[in-house]
Design a protein around this ligand. Structure first.
Ligand SMILES: Cc1cc2ncn([C@H]3O[C@H](COP(=O)(O)O)[C@@H](O)[C@H]3O)c2cc1C
Ligand SMILES: O=C(O)c1cccnc1
Length: 350
């Protein structure tokens, strides 16, 4: 398992000084300044670099999808994987637009995908079990998924990438994310359950009722251990994302987190390795109510607020140019001295 170190804060004052000395009123670039500070802390240098940005989408099926918790049926997972491989999904479009290299991983889709050369094959099984009457996965499967996530990141890092985004596909996975968020953030389940792919009001009540029954069946203590929560309610793609995120942080990469489901994987990683928070940028806040709560729990602000609720890593891909802008102002903007612009104190003296 990864062992993530908190970033060395000795450089913090120098970084802040550099940001404050750019030719702008102090703080005027708002969130861009926070992003630049985060990347500078990770990279421990005053010349920031984003190399070979990558996006990894983990796909898997969920037994809970058969309990009427999603507006779509389970086959959509494999159909969307094929769509990813043919370049037709939202994540393909946005990654292409921003020159982000896209990797698709079979983490445990309920189909035989062995003859798809464009796919990274890491399947841990043909979908999880329904967590309504037992654990979604065994500890052994969970261990394999975490390890597979680490392996994928190692390969991506070896290409020279230092910034990596994570996304997912798996019908039913907002249900897993709701359970994980409720338990790891110590929140009432009701506050963490949303409409996913588009449930109506009565379908939402049914989803909440099913998930409440699962919660009552397992009776895990509030603030349970991350692995216990993951094996009981997780998905293979969520476990693989957790392992991947931890390894990326350990390697000193910038970790770009997408929406509700990716953040639930992050919550597991954070429960196991709190220092991972130093390496993460939360790219957007999803319409799923549990996502906003999870971001509040972590004490972080999202880059974008676009009322998106798709997943696949789309929030990461559309936030990427904003992150690039943060790096560019930090590297390229002139300081007051360089540009011969009067600083605030000088103006006050006049
Ligand atoms: C066509 C389609 C494309 C998607 N791309 C991402 N998701 C998103 O929706 C699913 C989670 O929602 P729920 O828990 O309600 O099933 C995940 O697959 C997620 O990635 C999609 C869903 C659909 C239907
Ligand atoms: O926020 C997300 O990641 C999300 C929300 C709804 C459906 N799929 C994904």
């Amino acid at each position: 398992m990864a062992s993530i170190k908190f970033c060395d804060r000795k450089v913090l004052n120098d970084i802040q000084h550099k940001i404050d000395n750019k030719t702008k009123p102090q703080g005027a670039l708002g969130g861009l300044e926070e992003i630049a500070l985060r990347v500078a802390l990770i990279q421990q240098t005053d010349s920031l670099q984003l190399s070979k940005p990558c996006m990894v989408v983990f796909a898997a099926d969920h037994g809970i999808a058969r309990e009427g918790v999603s507006a779509f049926s389970q086959e959509v997972t494999v159909q969307m994987v094929q769509n990813f491989l043919h370049g037709g999904a939202a994540i393909n479009v946005f990654c292409k637009q921003h020159d982000i290299k896209l990797h698709i991983v079979d983490a445990g889709v309920n189909a035989d995908l062995s003859d798809h050369p464009g796919l990274i094959h890491k399947s841990v099984g043909k979908g999880t079990k329904s967590f309504l009457s037992g654990k979604a996965m065994s500890f052994e499967q969970c261990g394999r998924a975490l390890k597979a996530g680490e392996e994928v990141v190692l390969e991506v890092a070896a290409t020279g990438s230092n910034i990596i985004g994570f996304g997912e596909m798996g019908i039913g996975n907002t249900s897993s994310a709701s359970m994980i968020t409720s338990l790891l953030c110590g929140l009432p389940l009701k506050d963490c359950v949303g409409k996913g792919t588009g449930l109506d009001e009565s379908q939402w009540h049914k989803k909440l009722e099913v998930l409440q029954r699962a919660l009552d069946f397992h009776r895990l203590p509030a603030q349970s251990d991350g692995i216990e929560v993951l094996t009981t309610f997780g998905g293979f793609e969520i476990a693989m994302m957790s392992g991947a995120m931890m390894n990326a942080a350990e390697l000193g990469m910038v970790v770009l987190v997408d929406g509700f489901i990716a953040t639930s994987a992050f919550l597991v990683a954070h429960a196991l390795q709190p220092a991972i928070l130093d390496y993460a940028i939360f790219c957007h806040v999803s319409e799923e109510p549990g996502h906003q709560k999870a971001l509040e729990f972590l004490g972080v602000k999202p880059v974008l607020q676009l009322n998106m609720r798709l997943g696949e890593g789309t929030g990461v891909a559309v936030a990427y140019p904003v992150i690039q802008s943060s790096i560019n102002f930090f590297n390229e903007m002139a300081s007051f001295e360089e540009a011969g612009v009067s600083g605030r104190d000088e103006v006050n003296r006049v």
